[in-house]
Design a protein around this ligand. Structure first.
Ligand SMILES: Nc1ncnc2c1ncn2[C@@H]1O[C@H](COP(=O)(O)OP(=O)(O)O)[C@@H](O)[C@H]1O
Ligand SMILES: [Mg+2]
Length: 149
């Protein structure tokens, strides 16, 4: 996708399949080392978006929210990291807790997706893209992709 630096794309999704297509389109322009932040309320489809992106990047197994850890790694055409920092939101954040927690996931060889990124914000300096998902009634979601690089 030939997107200009700082470009903002607005999409309307009518279901998980469409969200996966939008995610695949973003994924096709990502490179190792890129970090994508996902913002939005519970159930807006952040994990569905990451699943679509990961499958587009060659991950063949299931992609679900990390439960017992802050993240997981998948093997696609490049390594994929998937973080969910929901449980850390509202805390003083990772900076105070343990910034090294991110080190296993935000590696130069991997493309990383971070749900609920606020707890890590001081530590993530230059995300490649910020994805914001909003409920639009029923299965409708407004998805905004702001590309930063
Ligand atoms: N347009 C849509 N895009 C993504 N998910 C959708 C959409 N419409 C309905 N859904 C449903 O909403 C839920 C989204 O869940 P999930 O991806 O886990 O959200 P989050 O990670 O933001 O909490 C799933 O059950 C999915 O099937
Ligand atoms: Mg989720």
């Amino acid at each position: 996708m030939a997107a200009a630096r700082g470009q903002r794309e607005q999409h309307t999704s009518d279901g998980p399949e469409r969200t996966a297509e939008i995610a695949a389109s973003l994924a096709s322009g990502l490179r190792p080392g890129d970090v994508v932040l996902l913002r939005g309320d519970l159930g807006t489809g952040k994990t569905a978006f990451v699943r679509g992106a990961a499958h587009a990047l060659g991950v063949t197994g299931p992609v679900t929210s990390p439960t017992f850890t802050i993240g997981q790694r998948y093997r696609g055409r490049v390594p994929i990291s998937h973080l969910d920092l929901y449980r850390l939101a509202g805390d003083s954040g990772l900076t105070a807790e343990d910034p090294a927690l991110l080190d296993d996931y935000l590696t130069p060889d991997a493309i990383a997706f971070v749900e609920w990124p606020d707890a890590a914000m001081p530590l993530i300096e230059a995300p490649a893209a910020v994805v914001t998902l909003e409920h639009g009634g029923g299965d409708v979601r407004a998805i905004t992709i702001e590309r930063r690089s």
